[in-house]
Design a protein around this ligand. Structure first.
Ligand SMILES: [Zn+2]
Length: 266
């Protein structure tokens, strides 16, 4: 037997149908942006020095891709606690939110430092937050054919145990069929990560995870992203300052004598 064209020997590309997509950029209301920088300002005013802080970016359930608010958990400027931004801490905060609000990422400040990058500690935190919020930001991305070698088709009530010894996967149907495609849903989840500085700069990334529901095949990736600011009716006004000041006082507890590692971990 002679093949005229070797490309015919290639496996056909698995059938893939697009159902949705993960965000390419970060969407954030101007209110949320103003609040983030106001928190930084209040931290330096209240504690007479610039300190870093962290918070969560919040969205409404029905639009997980738009950051509408900044949630401030109780910060511990304690090296151990901060570096292990663990699931329990995030869970506690999620529980304090109203049912229609979800966490879609995290934000932190590098204070007065002009260190405009994510550190290795930040990288670990991205994944911790992504892990926690993946179920909430999850959406179907594609239906993809699973190539199964040795798929055996059997008919209900018409096969023996011996038949089950054959093949890698058996599909048992209620009628006789000769061909079948198995398609799985690939779900995608995302987590936003933003770092800001007192001087008004911000850098951000989107962390994503894609997982096949049947194959379990998982890929995790991240990319630098732009922020698209969205104007809404909600603005941060003078009237908001007293309560925000009180919140910062209660939740930010600066470590006034930071060990050298504190700087390194940023
Ligand atoms: Zn950092």
């Amino acid at each position: 037997m002679r093949f005229k064209d070797l490309s015919r020997l290639k496996r056909p590309k698995p059938l893939t149908i697009t159902l949705g997509s993960l965000p390419q950029n970060i969407l954030m209301t101007t209110y949320a942006k103003a609040k983030a920088f106001k928190i930084s300002e209040l931290v330096s005013v209240l504690f007479e020095k610039s300190f870093e802080w962290y918070g969560f970016t919040l969205a409404n359930n029905d639009h997980p891709e738009l950051i509408v608010d900044i949630g401030l958990p109780k910060n511990d400027f304690n090296l151990q606690d901060y570096t292990t931004l663990g699931p329990q801490r995030i869970a506690e905060f999620q529980e304090s939110l109203s049912k229609d609000v979800i966490i879609n990422g995290w934000i932190h400040s590098h204070g007065a430092l002009n260190y405009r990058h994510f550190s290795s500690t930040d990288e670990k935190n991205h994944l911790t937050v992504l892990d926690f919020i993946a179920a909430r930001t999850r959406k179907p991305l594609t239906k993809k054919e699973i190539a199964i070698q040795n798929l055996v088709l059997l008919e209900q009530d018409r096969f023996s145990e011996k038949d089950l010894e054959k093949g890698s996967v058996c599909l048992i149907t209620d009628g006789a069929i000769t061909e079948a495609k198995i398609m799985e849903t690939i779900y995608g989840s995302f987590c936003y990560s933003i770092v800001i500085g007192d001087e008004g700069w911000h850098e951000q990334q989107i962390h994503c995870r894609e997982k096949g529901i049947l194959s379990g095949h998982t890929t995790v990736w991240s990319k630098a992203a732009d922020i698209e600011f969205v104007e809404t009716d909600k603005t941060l006004s003078q009237a908001d300052f007293p309560s925000l000041t009180e919140e910062v006082k209660q939740k930010i507890r600066p470590h006034t004598d930071p060990p050298p590692e504190l700087i390194e971990r940023m």
